[in-house]
Each structure stands twice: as C-alpha cells, then as structure tokens.
Design a protein around this ligand. Structure first.
Ligand code: SAM
Ligand code: SF4
Length: 329
C-alpha cells in the first residue's frame, strides 16, 4: 500500500508516454516548439511495464496513459495489451487523448483492454477549435467520439479546458452536445501549466460560473455530494436527459485533501503533484540496476514527500517549469 505522510492512499498513476504533441493548444503548448525530452531519456515500453507491475503490487488500481499526445507513441495498443495482464489487481486502464487518431484505433484499443477513454474537445465551432488547438481537426475529433462509442467504450468522457474570452461562451452548447450524444462533458478550470507562462487569474472561469451558466439553460442535479478522490463534481440533467456534466475546479475549489494520484513523466520522473517544483528520477534508479526492493523503497520514500496541497492561490506561488504537456495531464 502506498500511503503519504498525510495518510492519503495513492491508488491512481498517470503515465505520460510522450511530451510531443500534434496539436498546439494555447493553454498547454503555446509559443512554438518547446524543447522536447531527448529520445534516449524516454522510458521504453519495457520499462513502463516493469514499473507498472511494481506500482500495481504497491496498490495502484488505476493507470491513465496521457502526454503530450499518447497516441503519437508507436505501439500504444501493444502497451495496453501488456498492461492488461496486470488485471485484476489493476482494475482500470484509461487514456486521455486529443482524439486525432482514435477513429482508426478505437476498436483495437478496446480489444487490447483499454477500459475508458477521455477525448479533449475545447470547441464545437470549427474556427474556434482551430484558434484554440492550432489545428483543423474538429471533424476528426467528433468522429473519434463516435468511433469510441461504436468500439463499446460506454460513456465517453470529453474534456474542455475553459478559458475566459476563448471558449466560455460555448459551455451551454457543450452541455447540449453532452445531452444529445449521451457523453460526460467535463469542464476544467484553466491552470497555470501553460508553457508560455501566460496564465493569469482573470482568464480562469470558475467552476461555479460554469455550473451557473449550464444550470440556467439545463437544470442540473448533483449526483453525489461526496466527491471522494474524484476530481470532478458530477451532475445529471434534472429532466432525465442522457449525458452528464463534470466540473473540475482545482483553482477555485482545491481538492488536494483527497488526492490519490501520482504521475510518471515520459522521461521517468515521479511527480507527486501537478504543481510540484521538483521531480524524482525513477528512470536512473531503474537503469542504474536497482533491485525490485530498492525500486520499491525509492517509490515509497518519494510518496512520503507528496505535497499537502497546491499553492496556486498563495501570493508566493511559483508555477512549475514544465508545462502540462511534459507533466502529463
Ligand atoms: N493530448 C491529450 C489531450 O489533449 O487530451 C492528453 C494530454 S492533455 C495535457 C490532458 C488534458 O489536460 C487535456 O484535456 C487538456 O485540456 C488539459 N490541460 C492542458 N493544459 C491545461 C491547463 N493549463 N489547464 C487546465 N487543463 C489543461
Ligand atoms: Fe497536445 Fe493535449 Fe496539450 Fe492540446 S492539451 S497541446 S492536445 S497535449
């Protein structure tokens, strides 16, 4: 069991497969080409499987593959097949993707053992989608949602990072899309994790504002008053329509007290918080020939250093030097 010094149990591991991306979402990867990790520093799939097996033996129950764009790594389907062998101790494998290559891969991902898929969709308008992501791919992302449904993924989660003046005017349309397509649309507050370090508080649309706008058009009912270790407040539509709304408000409503997550970056660094300003080099421990017990000791020691909370709202807040695309969202 992995427990931190605040008695939180760590059950959820997010693994970034790459810091590269074929989109350029302004809130994540703006300002041209940020430096990428050197290829030889990236964990191989062999190393990821070895470490995942150890994490699962320590009580990790959920693994989410993310990035950068995880589907850019060749062989993701095969990796998922190998991680599936860790079930049932591992009870959930999820993927967060921009959706570009999902139309042709959804069925194979499902067959390999992927349990859940989250697709990012920040605008339903062609021009605004292009403005936000830097690519002309709205049609493909919409097709990815259909493909994921056809492949049997059940309720598909769709993420939107909401930024004032950019896509906050679309939240009601997004809620309508959730109803019409029976998906779980999750609205995420803009966090200071953009590579341009241009985040500012005025651009943050609070979870409360998002809720109010949607609730005025489509009355919502909270599904569960206790969020547990989940990041999102979940709402159903009061009129019984299909679909669900999730509100993720890490900036205005901190949920660190129940956090059950740690992260492994594509280059093998453990991050104990999205906002950590230091990392722990598991790759070098592994490549240095450490025994299984030594690796376990290292992981347990690192977990004990997990921060009690983030400090976004403190005046002395320093944003991490690596952006979301490096850390793994
Ligand atoms: N490329 C994949 C994608 O876009 O879904 C996976 C990685 S991406 C970093 C994961 C999620 O992080 C996306 O849903 C994105 O909207 C969110 N994200 C990225 N930067 C963010 C920021 N500064 N604030 C809030 N959410 C952010
Ligand atoms: Fe790429 Fe995802 Fe970041 Fe957009 S949010 S730039 S798709 S990693």
């Amino acid at each position: 069991m992995l427990r931190d010094s605040y008695n939180r149990t760590i059950r959820d591991l997010r693994i970034s497969l790459t810091d590269r991306c074929n989109f350029r979402c302004f809130y994540c990867l703006p300002n041209g080409e940020p430096p990428m990790a050197r290829r030889e520093t990236l964990l191989t799939f062999e190393e990821i499987v070895t470490l995942s097996e150890i994490f699962v033996s320590l009580g990790i129950e959920k693994i989410r593959l993310t990035g950068g764009e995880p589907m850019l790594r060749r062989g993701v389907v095969d990796l998922i097949g190998r991680l599936s062998k860790l079930k049932p101790s591992l009870n959930d494998i999820a993927l967060t993707t921009n959706g570009q290559t999902i139309p042709e891969n959804a069925a194979a991902l499902r067959d390999a053992g992927l349990d859940r898929i989250t697709i990012s969709l920040d605008s339903l308008n062609d021009a605004n989608f292009r403005e936000i992501t830097g690519v002309d791919q709205l049609g493909n992302v919409l097709r990815s949602i259909d493909a994921a449904k056809t492949a049997g993924f059940g309720t598909i989660k769709v993420n939107a990072c909401i930024v004032r003046g950019r896509n906050d005017h679309e939240v009601v349309e997004m809620a309508r899309f959730a109803r019409e397509n029976a998906i779980s649309y999750r609205f995420i507050e803009f966090m200071p994790l953009d590579s341009g370090h241009e985040w500012n508080r005025e651009q943050v649309v609070s979870g409360r504002e998002i809720h109010e706008a949607i609730h005025a058009a489509f009355p919502l009912e909270l599904v569960d008053k206790t969020r547990g270790s989940e990041t999102a407040w979940k709402y159903k539509f009061a009129d019984g329509s299909p679909g669900e709304i999730g509100i993720i408000a890490p900036v205005t409503e901190m949920f660190c007290g129940q956090c059950s997550r740690i992260r492994l970056t594509a280059d093998g660094q453990i991050r104990t918080c999205l906002f950590s300003t230091s990392e722990h080099n598991l790759r070098d421990v592994l490549r240095g020939g450490a025994s299984r017990d030594e690796i376990i000791d290292f992981i347990k020691t690192v977990v004990m250093k997990k921060e009690p909370r983030h400090y976004i709202n403190d005046t002395a807040f320093v944003s991490p030097s690596r952006s979301m695309s490096f850390i793994g969202g």
